[in-house]
Design a binder for this molecule. Structure first.
Ligand SMILES: [Ca+2]
Ligand SMILES: [Ca+2]
Ligand SMILES: [Ca+2]
Length: 406
């Protein structure tokens, strides 16, 4: 046994020397193909951006090799695909063959961007490369983003409006508030002043929530939440959730609403993680699609909250300011909620983005959430109403629509 072992070890050692010696004759960076002059480059396609212009525009995707010392011309095929950008409306469908000559290291795929008159959020297409000859493909697909140039205020006479469908998306939920009363198949009323659990709903708020028609009603295709003053420091209002009834993960959410104003008013259209009962707040995550404090009636805030159970939340927010108060006409508050990323818009103008890489392990937003619609009165965030505040104050919600990418 001992003799055989020694022979085997010597054989292995000799073999190793032979392999090392042999590879010295070929390409040291390409040990799987040790032939001289057979350097195989790697191809990658980079992301691209373009701006829609009245004359159209161009979007250039660069395909590059990882090295330029190859000795045989490289070819590959490429093709476009619309994601949320619509072929023939937003860009021209394009395909063909790319060639990278010896001595070069890149090829530009140029896509025609088309003009339209629609006000839009950024639209996405992708380009994929395939069938590479004398090259391998490292990054086969990348995304192009078109920034819109149509900033005119569209919509109805009562304010901004958005389409009922988008290219590349399917509508998964629509609430037009067309019924005669709140649909309790979809909504829960949260009642009272928060006591005995968290009196003042955690922010020392003053309102008592009811399900009475004077505080929440459906009429003319809208849901109206009304904050009323009952006594000097007594206010009623309403708060509805879709917990255990309408819960979903990811999508484009459009909420069209007109908001109250005045010191002490605090309307909100927001979401909580469906695991709130298991992990508590803020570990469940909170997404505030829209909040407004009534003494700054021309500003809305978009925020994401997260953190450890029972601790104060960590959050990131941005403010969108316009010249007119949000009580004057309807606006559409949009959240684009994706894996590891969320983006907020007012009337399709972007004002806030947060990515998982911004906050790393604390990301709580890759799980289902439910909606909350309420108008709070007083408390730590807006401060309490004063002699300038008039009641009743209303939040009118025209629709809530959820779309998911196809
Ligand atoms: Ca377009
Ligand atoms: Ca456009
Ligand atoms: Ca409606």
């Amino acid at each position: 046994m001992k003799k055989y072992s020694k022979i085997l070890i010597v054989a292995i050692a000799l073999g190793s020397i032979w392999i090392i010696g042999c590879s010295d004759d070929g390409d040291p960076t390409n040990p799987t193909n040790p032939q001289p002059n057979a350097i195989i480059p790697e191809l990658s396609i980079a992301a691209a951006t373009a701006v829609e212009t009245d004359a159209g525009g161009k979007m250039d995707f660069e395909v590059t090799t990882n090295r330029s010392d190859f000795s045989k011309e490289v070819t590959f095929q490429y093709a476009t695909k619309g994601l949320t950008a619509e072929p023939s409306k937003d860009f021209t469908t394009t395909s063909g063959q790319g060639t990278i000559a010896v001595g070069s290291n890149s090829f530009t795929i140029s896509i025609d961007i088309l003009n339209d008159d629609d006000r839009e959020i950024e639209e996405l297409l992708e380009v994929t490369i395939s069938d590479a000859k004398d090259a391998t493909i490292k990054t086969a697909t990348n995304i192009g983003s078109i920034t819109d140039n149509d900033m005119s205020q569209l919509g109805d006479e009562d304010g901004y409006n958005t389409p009922t469908s988008y290219y590349g998306y399917s509508q998964i939920w629509n609430e037009d508030f067309d019924g005669g009363s709140v649909d309790e198949e979809r909504y829960n009323f949260e009642l009272g002043d928060g006591c005995p659990n968290i009196c003042g709903w955690g922010n020392d708020e003053l309102q008592n929530y009811t399900n009475e028609e004077r505080n929440v009603k459906l009429a003319d295709g809208r849901m109206t939440i009304t904050a009323t003053q009952e006594d000097v420091f007594s206010f009623n209002s309403a708060r509805l959730t879709t917990k255990d009834k309408v819960e979903f993960q990811y999508g484009r959410i459009d909420v069209r609403a007109k908001l109250p104003k005045g010191q002490g008013l605090w309307p909100a259209i927001w979401m909580l993680g469906t695991n709130i009962d298991e992990v508590g707040w803020p570990a469940c995550g909170e997404i505030d699609i829209m909040e407004l404090v009534g003494h700054k009636a021309n500003q809305v805030v978009g925020t994401a909250h997260w953190g450890e159970p029972g601790q104060p939340s960590t959050f990131r927010s941005s403010t969108y300011t316009q010249s007119k108060d949000f009580s004057e006409d309807f606006h559409v508050f949009t959240l684009i909620w994706e894996l590891n990323k969320m983006t907020w818009y007012v009337d399709e103008t972007k004002f806030h983005t947060i990515k998982r890489s911004d906050i790393d392990a604390q990301w709580r937003f890759n799980q289902p959430f439910f909606f909350i619609f309420n108008v709070a009165v007083g408390g730590r965030y807006p401060g309490n109403p004063d002699e300038t505040t008039t009641f009743p104050q209303t939040m009118d919600i025209d629709y809530v629509r959820v779309f998911q990418p196809n």
